[in-house]
Design a protein around this ligand. Structure first.
Ligand code: PRP
Ligand code: GLN
Ligand code: SF4
Ligand code: MG
Length: 478
């Protein structure tokens, strides 16, 4: 039986599971710029990265002697204003927008986390999810470590404090070898910023320059916002150190098989960002094109219109419409003041958000056969609700096209699901899912089609690879 059939069942599910554990990502930004207003630039950078996390945000600055951190629950523009930003003056800064993957969504877990230890004062911002955090936490607690938060990110700070090394760079190089999982870390000390990307490169991390100063960000859209020039992606397993001498790079891990999260292209990243030299919008458009090529002939023959589920599917829908070809129309309007439902921390909020955020344009859909494109089906909540509302608005037929393969396995590197039971495709056939969501037909993109789409935008290099674990169950880090 499906668990989200009714509100009551949902409530029972939440009660029995103690609430849904949600996983996703975060956004990180760092800048070393003694001649600039680093807090302001970090604020704008975080603004551009807001889609990666909306629970809490924070900025740490260094005035070259000490660090000052301001963080709180809420969006970037709710937490920061001219007054509190003006109190953050310094030569360098790091910032974070959080979406909880481990621990509570609370101010104590908001990042950056600032600590004092034998290596001096340091502030840590983390994007990713450590898979051996429990083991590391248990070990540290047995050794007498007192944790102030229950997020995985604090573990790094304690490992550093306990390192035999007296120099932060060396300590960092030592301790990251004992952590496993997905992590991009930014660390701010009074005189430098360190940035490291895990050996698989699950999450994107890019390097840029603004007015001669280095910046690091989860996505290149943050560079565009502050007028920075993109220099390059930070390599999987690379650590860069930025200080008054400029930038030094260290390959701290042997190159393993890079495994960029495919969901960054499918859904997470902003369409105006470029990852591995590919524009995210163009990849999504190609995903749509490949999906259209895989359709059985009878589907396009029946369709009057193609439309995408706003926002993240619009690029893929335009690819479908161009490839078929079939006219593109606006079937749904999104209330832009509602946050991403996909990354809200509990299922009850998620349901309500879906209902208030999308409204059909009745006069375009009434009595029409619609090809409706969405980038992914995770729990199936969004698409079920949309189909219900479109049918109420008089849509004759709804043929659902999904521009990614079925999500069958939970992700431990940062997607919004923690157990298979939450995933509608984990134990159901495509035909059952079609019936459950009440679509007239349902077609997913194949894994091969997805890889072809990425390759169409720019050729997949020999040393490039993708994490596909939520589609095929193969964990690249094992
Ligand atoms: O099957 P579900 O569990 O409902 O999740 C899948 C949906 O969530 C995401 O959209 P979302 O509405 O969060 O964000 P968007 O507006 O950026 O597309 C995604 O694009 C799918 O539409
Ligand atoms: N989404 C993330 O990257 C979260 C980072 C970290 N695991 C936390 O929960 O705070
Ligand atoms: S399992 Fe899926 S969501 Fe998680 S990192 Fe891999 S591709 Fe991304
Ligand atoms: Mg969506």
């Amino acid at each position: 039986m499906l668990i989200y059939e009714s509100f009551n069942q949902q409530f029972i599910y939440i009660l029995t599971k103690g609430g849904i554990e949600v996983e996703e990502e975060c956004g990180i930004f760092g800048i070393y710029a003694p001649d600039q207003d680093v807090a302001q630039l970090t604020y704008y950078g975080l603004y551009a990265l807001q889609h990666r996390g909306q629970e809490s945000t924070g900025i740490s600055v260094s005035n070259s002697n000490k660090l000052v951190t301001n963080k709180n629950m809420g969006l970037v523009n709710e937490v920061f204003d001219e007054h509190n930003l003006s109190e953050l003056t310094g030569i360098s800064a790091i910032g974070h927008v959080r979406y909880t993957t481990e621990g509570d969504s609370s101010v104590v877990n908001a990042q950056p986390l600032t600590v004092k230890c034998k290596l001096g004062e340091l502030s840590v911002a983390h994007n990713g999810n450590l898979i051996n955090s429990e083991e590391l936490r248990n070990r540290l607690e047995k050794e007498g470590t007192i944790f102030h938060t229950n997020s995985d990110s604090e573990i790094l700070a304690h490992l550093l404090a306990k390192s035999q090394e007296n120099d932060l760079l060396a300590a960092f190089q030592e301790v990251i070898k004992s952590i496993q999982g997905a992590y991009n870390f930014l660390m701010l000390t009074p005189d430098k910023i360190l940035a490291v990307r895990d050996p698989w490169g699950f999450r994107p991390l890019s390097l840029g320059k603004v007015a001669g100063n280095y910046v690091v960000a989860s996505e290149t859209c943050a560079f565009d916002t502050i007028g920075a020039e993109f220099l390059r992606d930070i390599e999987p397993g690379e650590m860069v150190c930025i200080d008054h001498n400029g930038l030094n790079s260290y390959q701290v891990f042997e190159k393993t098989k890079p495994s960029l999260c495919m969901f960054e292209y499918i859904y997470f990243a902003r369409p105006d960002s470029n990852i591995n030299n590919r524009n995210v919008h163009l990849v999504r458009k190609e995903l749509g094109r490949e999906l259209a090529k895989e359709l059985p002939e009878e589907i396009p023959a029946k369709a009057d219109l193609v439309s995408g589920v706003p926002d993240s599917s619009l690029s893929a829908a335009s690819g479908v419409s161009e490839e078929l070809p079939a006219p593109y129309e606006m079937a749904l309007i999104k209330n832009r003041y509602v946050g991403r439902t996909f990354i809200k921390p509990n299922q009850t909020n998620r349901e309500i958000s879906v209902k208030i955020k999308l409204n059909p344009v009745e006069r375009t859909v009434a009595n029409k056969n619609l090809i409706l494109v969405d980038d992914s089906i995770v729990r199936g909540t969004t698409i079920s609700n949309i189909i219900k509302t479109l049918k109420k608005s008089g849509t004759s037929q709804i043929h659902v096209l999904v521009s990614s393969p079925p999500v069958k396995y939970p992700c431990c590197f940062g997607i919004d699901t923690s157990t298979s039971s939450e995933l509608i495709a984990s134990n159901q056939s495509v035909s059952n899912i079609k019936d459950h969501i009440q679509a007239d037909s349902l077609q997913y993109l194949s894994v091969e089609g997805m890889l072809r789409a990425v390759n169409n935008v720019s050729k997949i290099q020999n040393n490039e690879g993708f994490c596909l674990a939520c589609f095929n169950g193969e964990n690249p880090s094992l």
